[in-house]
Ligand binder design. Structure first.
Ligand code: PLP
Length: 402
């Protein structure tokens, strides 16, 4: 039976899609225009230029009207040939899905297995690549931030591992839940294809996805033989050079993207990262105060965009999420794949501030009480202590930078 109207704003604290800010909603609701006319050409020009600093690249970024899965497929079909070997790391549910997609495309996977509580181990990447004397491995694919586990792999260190092995494979990275939330550097880290999506750090609704490309990736595309048509980079780049797309673009989402880029520029990308780091730290303090366990086991790999929390044995995370949704209109992420029922995930990425985090943690704390969980202490108070202190430091930093 429908509950009828629920007053107040829903808290969408899954780790994406994230809360879409009013400025972006207003930008999207403008009338759709001719996608071959001069106004569109101006819009496309602004976006294709303005998106590059978000990836920290001087190279081209392809924008697809597709979810992130499309951009995963695009990265592979543009650069590889049937039977090519790809090194992948099983860091969690999304890494496993990318792996499955690659298998279906006819690629051969060499898998670094994992416990879903750690990121990619650079040492294992190095050892595997060093052992590949015949250079059969054509690409190394890594998920930067595993949205299913709240673990962030150390991409710069993986790059150094590839270099130490002297391996020529293409390096492809999924930044779907890290872009515009966690520091990421396409050019500096020598990434060949970066995969991203609209619905997380970029604060947009789902529906756009991205491939940022290196020259090496474009060169590989010239001899790659996997079938491709819709995902083909070259017709897209040729059309983009003229301010258009080879097919009907998602015009209204592009209005939203222009607004998102303006907002990220106003806040400053480095401040966006610092904000995410601070909210993540406050969240972890709350989790510890509740006497619950973080899924991520290596503090170098804590995710700043989400926190996955392990429930005590025998406690059903989905039942807790249900209590919280019904009681407080707060949506939390569920456990995916082998973590189903074992964890809940708190999204603290995108358009988010201290009071939204305080409200989120208060909803969880009240839910835990109703659920019968005996906490050691108040997680909300632990988080507020951090937020109150952190804000002062941030403000002081801002004043001295001015
Ligand atoms: C890290 C990561 N990769 C890939 C995907 C798949 O993207 P989509 O669901 O937009 O197709 C997701 C979705 O949440 C994700 O978090």
């Amino acid at each position: 039976m429908s509950q009828g109207y629920r007053s107040g704003r829903h808290f969408l604290q899954i780790p994406g899609p994230t809360n879409v800010p009013d400025r972006i909603l207003r930008a999207i609701e403008r009338p759709t225009i001719d996608h071959r006319g001069p106004d569109f050409t101006r819009l496309a020009g602004e976006i294709l230029e303005g998106i590059r600093p978000i990836f920290k690249t001087a190279g081209p970024v392809v924008i697809y009207p597709a979810s992130g899965t499309g951009a995963w497929e695009a990265a592979l079909v543009n650069t590889l040939s049937p039977g090519d070997r790809v090194l992948m790391a099983e860091t969690g549910h999304f890494a496993s899905l990318w792996c499955e997609l690659a298998r279906r495309l006819g690629l051969e996977i060499e898998l670094l297995d994992g416990d879903w509580r750690h990121g990619v181990e650079p040492e294992r990447v190095e050892a595997t690549l060093a052992a590949d004397r015949a250079r059969k491995i054509k690409a190394i694919c890594v998920v930067h931030n595993e949205t299913s586990t709240g673990v962030t792999s150390r991409i710069a260190e993986v790059r150094r591992a590839i270099d130490r092995a002297g391996h020529p494979g293409l390096f492809m990275v999924d930044t779907i839940s890290s872009l515009a939330s966690i520091d990421y550097r396409h050019d500096e880290w020598g990434i060949d294809v970066t995969v991203a999506g609209s619905q997380k750090g970029l604060m947009l609704p789902p529906g756009l996805s991205f491939n940022a490309l290196s020259d090496k990736a474009r060169a590989a595309a010239r001899s790659a033989r996997l079938p491709r048509s819709y995902w083909d980079w070259e017709p897209m780049l040729a059309a983009n050079a003229k301010g258009v797309f080879p097919y009907t673009p998602a015009t209204n989402l592009l209005y939203g993207l222009r607004e998102a880029l303006a907002m990220l520029d106003e806040e400053g990308l480095e401040r966006v990262f610092a904000r995410h780091d601070r909210h993540a730290e406050a969240t972890r303090r709350a989790v510890r105060a509740w006497g619950l366990e973080l899924l991520c086991q290596d503090e170098r790999e804590y995710s700043s965009s989400l926190t996955a929390v392990l429930m005590p044995d025998g406690a059903d995370a989905d039942a807790l999420r249900e209590v919280i949704l019904e009681g407080f209109d707060l949506s939390l992420g569920n456990g995916l794949g082998r973590l189903a029922g074992r964890v809940f995930r708190i999204g603290h990425l995108g358009d988010f501030n201290d009071l939204m985090l305080a409200g989120t943690l208060a909803g969880i704390e009240m839910g835990l009480r109703r659920f019968g969980h005996r906490a050691n202490a108040s997680g909300v108070v632990a988080a507020l202590d951090h937020l109150a202190a952190g804000r002062a430091v941030e403000t002081a930093g801002r004043a001295s930078a001015a």
